[in-house]
Design a protein around this ligand. Structure first.
Ligand code: NAI
Length: 462
């Protein structure tokens, strides 16, 4: 038995970042992880591997659609699926090994195995029980199930199975037009699959700015994805090689079916807290099965904290990381803080979609007076040169004070561009502050400045 200042349960982006920060703050730290590798869902079966496949399939798309226009002629590359998966696995290995190195460097002990909490102040891993002055739960989430849909991870898959399909499907049905469905749907569409996305709501990407939703759907449709909106999936029936998906259209209750080689279930994730022993400890939970926490990320049981997907808020790796650092500071007697109003969201399709802060819809609902500055990438020289002129930047600012309230970008490198606005928002900047900042030419980021200019006297290249 060992004794620690803090034991973190879970080695994903929330847990490993928290562990490193705890150690940096001088706390004797251990992190419990039952997988063979560190990094959690994000590094092993989520963010990172999906980005490798998005990158590879985008390169293929470029070769097929844009190379000839640039005078790059010759045979288009063909897909060696086994090699593409091997490349993805190599990327995963590089990243997970990197975390192992960081643990060693920062003197964080990795307790290998699945952890449980027999009582406050104790963490059990396998047959050993360790003492911990503080325990931080960072156990993440798992794919939510859907009634009537039985996942076998071969024909009917979640994001996990979708990252290692035996072959590229000819026909794929995606259930849910959220982040996972659209990112992985894009991958297989670019690799040649006929992809149909069935979505319960009448729009894709719920919660996103309405104008972005429409533009995004139009662009994805142009790329070949089909959408059936306002439709509830009732069931899937799978054989060893195929599946049939039954759905009901909400507008007239009519029932329809679609055949597919692969069905991807992407209707959200749920907190993963199984086996921790939270019930017996009396840790309070929300109705949605998340762990309730206070402003310092402490649960209803003193000395037990929780962060990331297991607690309320957006299920995003970077939100978990921020909570991990802040909780570490709280445990170390400092004042950790997360600004939940400035957490960007990114969809890594092509073009990328990124957002931060308020949407027009949320501002209207709150009855707030706002102005809109919008700039199309069509007016951005760099985007045009790179065949990436689809989309726009939209900045929302307070009508009176000009303070930036939100930003929505659909276009090239949107996931990187959004951070300029995030930093501005953290500093309470006005749209004019952004507009008065010199931006290098020719860059995509000029489009952000132009949108800021459009909040005032007008964009130049519009
Ligand atoms: P999501 O919540 O983003 O989207 C699920 C979609 O499924 C919703 O549009 C919902 O209306 C729809 N749906 C629910 N029930 C349905 C039914 N019976 N029939 C048809 N449609 C139905 O969930 P998703 O895409 O599974 O992602 C899970 C979590 O992982 C999210 O919180 C997401 O933010 C996170 N994630 C983030 C990524 C990123 O930041 N790039 C990448 C992948 C996941």
């Amino acid at each position: 038995m060992a004794s620690y200042d803090v034991i973190i349960i879970g080695g994903g982006p929330g847990g490993y970042v928290c562990a490193i920060r705890c150690a940096q703050l001088g706390l004797k730290t251990a992190c419990v992880e039952g997988r063979e590798t560190l990094g959690g869902t994000c590094l092993n079966v989520g963010c990172i591997p999906s980005k490798a496949l998005l990158h590879a399939s985008h390169q293929l798309h470029e070769a097929e659609h844009n190379f000839a226009k640039m005078g790059l002629k010759g045979k288009s590359p063909s897909v060696d699926w086994k090699q593409m998966l091997a490349y993805k696995d190599e990327v995963i290995e590089g990243n997970t090994k990197g975390i192992e190195f960081l643990f060693k460097k920062n003197k964080v002990d990795w307790l290998k195995g699945w952890g449980s909490i027999p009582e406050a102040g104790k963490v059990k891993v396998g047959d050993e029980t360790h003492e911990a002055k503080n325990i931080i739960i960072a156990t993440g989430s798992e794919p939510a199930s859907l009634k009537g849909v039985e996942v076998d991870e071969k024909i009917v898959v979640t994001s996990t199975g979708a990252l290692e399909l035996g072959k590229i499907p000819k026909k794929m049905v995606v259930i849910g037009a959220g982040v996972i469905g659209l990112e992985l749907g894009s991958v297989y569409s670019r690799l040649g699959a006929e992809v149909t996305v069935i979505e319960y709501l009448d729009t894709i990407t719920p919660g996103m700015d309405g104008e972005v939703q429409k533009s995004f759907q139009r662009i994805l449709k142009k790329q070949g994805l089909e959408f059936i909106l306002g439709a509830a999936v009732q069931k899937t029936e799978a054989t060893k090689t195929k599946a049939k998906v039954t759905y009901e259209l909400k507008k007239d209750d009519s029932e329809h079916t679609l055949d597919a080689d692969t069905v991807l279930l992407a209707t959200g994730r749920r907190p993963y807290t199984d086996g921790l022993g939270l019930d017996a400890l009396g840790v309070e939970m929300t109705e949605q099965g998340q762990i309730k926490v206070g402003k310092d990320w402490q649960t209803s049981v003193k000395g037990i904290y929780a962060i990331g997907d297991a607690v309320p808020g957006p299920m995003l790796a970077h939100k978990a990381e921020d909570e991990g650092m802040a909780a570490a500071e709280q445990v170390a007697g400092k004042h950790g803080h997360v600004n939940y109003g400035v957490i960007p969201g990114v969809i890594y399709t092509h073009p990328e979609v990124a957002n931060v802060g308020e949407t027009e819809e949320s501002l209207k609902d709150a009855g707030r007076a706002y102005k809109v500055g919008k700039f199309m990438f069509m007016g951005n020289g760099r985007a045009k040169a790179n065949f990436a002129a689809d989309g726009f930047v939209k900045i929302l600012a307070d009508k009176e004070t000009d303070r930036i309230l939100g930003a929505h970008i659909i276009g090239p490198s949107a996931g990187d561009l959004i951070h300029e606005v995030c930093v501005a928002m953290e500093f309470g900047a006005s749209a004019e502050d952004l507009a008065l900042t010199c931006h290098a030419h020719p860059t995509y980021s000029e489009a952000v400045r132009e949108a800021a200019l459009a909040c005032g006297d007008g964009a130049i290249h519009a």
